[in-house]
Design a protein around this ligand. Structure first.
Ligand code: CP
Length: 323
């Protein structure tokens, strides 16, 4: 049981959490009344398909009502600065809005991407922590400035499922590879995947990226890191593909032609018939080629499907904690 779910640090027993997610996958209506009479508010400061729908389905499977609030489009512009003189375009302060949400809901889910201009503010998770402080109710991250824990739990679940099917008796090699993109993206998914795989501890974990795209070591410590993608992919069992912008040169994307970092079927030949993962949405033929995404090596749909069971396991732990 845990009160909040903001990162892997909230999870005391990952093995149990993954087992719970698997048991919901086997029997989705296992606990249909656990959330009866309870409401989750899902606040989106940014777009979503998978996170929004999988969390709503998970809540529904537990008998819990979910209400989506696209606060970026439908809400009042919010002020976050303590002591702000609110004579600008912000209409209400988080100190006033968040407690109201705490009155309406039993759990609050929040999606808030980083601005990618102020590294310190992003990495302090200012907005998420303001909500946590002022709502007075448990908070679940729907992807924040630095991590995406619901995605990462689904990723570990997906890998565990595959390992049951192809047990070789040796530790799997899991590779996180940087991929090209047309615009600067957050480091969240890569950070989160890294810290979850490190905490999981059942793989040889390798991260590969071009020079200048090192992630924060707070997330990657324990992984082997190389700028040689070919070397990283050798004998890989799982290849997780993701773009991220620079942490060091904060928020900057790669300059020059990086198209040779795209994962292709040809590159997979060096692997151990590796399964390919991506959190989606994916830019076809930029990050990953059509031939990989449309091949039996791709796990991306299964991974997205597993978002439901990950969310259901997390919500049931949070509900048990407040019942
Ligand atoms: N992977 C993921 O979080 O997808 P959405 O942005 O569609 O929620």
């Amino acid at each position: 049981m845990f009160r909040n779910f903001l990162s892997v640090k909230d999870v005391t027993n990952m093995e149990l959490l993954v087992q719970q997610a698997m048991s919901y996958k086997a029997q989705q209506l296992k606990r249909p009344t656990l959330g009866a009479g309870k409401k989750i508010g899902l606040l989106f400061f940014n777009p979503s398909m998978r996170t929004r729908l999988s969390t709503q389905i998970a809540a529904s499977n537990l008998g819990m009502e979910s209400i989506v609030y696209n606060i970026d489009k439908e809400g009042w512009k919010m002020e976050f600065e303590d002591g702000a003189i609110m004579n600008g375009d912000a209409v209400e302060h988080i100190k006033d809005a968040a407690p109201v949400l705490g009155q309406y809901f039993d759990i609050l889910g929040i999606r808030t991407f980083p601005g990618l201009t102020d590294r310190e503010a992003d990495y302090q998770e200012t907005l998420l922590h303001h909500f946590k402080k002022h709502t007075g109710i448990p908070v679940v991250s729907l992807e924040s400035a630095t991590v995406h824990p619901l995605q990462s739990l689904a990723d570990i679940l997906t890998i565990e499922e595959q390992l049951k099917l192809r047990s070789t008796g040796k530790k799997p090699k899991v590779v996180l590879t940087w991929a090209p993109h047309i615009k600067p993206l957050p480091q969240c998914v890569a950070n989160s995947f890294s810290e979850w795989v490190n905490a999981w501890g059942k793989s040889d974990f390798v991260i590969t990226h071009p020079p200048g795209f090192e992630l924060d070591t707070a997330f990657t410590n324990g992984a082997q890191i190389t700028t040689n993608q070919e070397e990283a992919l050798a004998d890989a069992d799982f290849v997780y593909v993701k773009n991220w912008s620079s942490f060091e040169n904060y928020g900057q994307m790669a300059t020059g032609d990086t198209s040779d970092w795209m994962l292709t079927l040809d590159k997979l030949k060096a692997t151990h018939d590796a399964k390919v993962m991506h959190c989606l949405p994916v830019r076809r033929n930029v990050e990953l080629s059509d031939e990989v995404l449309d091949s039996p090596y791709s796990l991306v749909s299964q991974q997205a499907g597993n978002r439901v069971w990950a969310a259901q396991a997390v919500l049931s732990n949070m509900l048990e904690n407040i019942l």
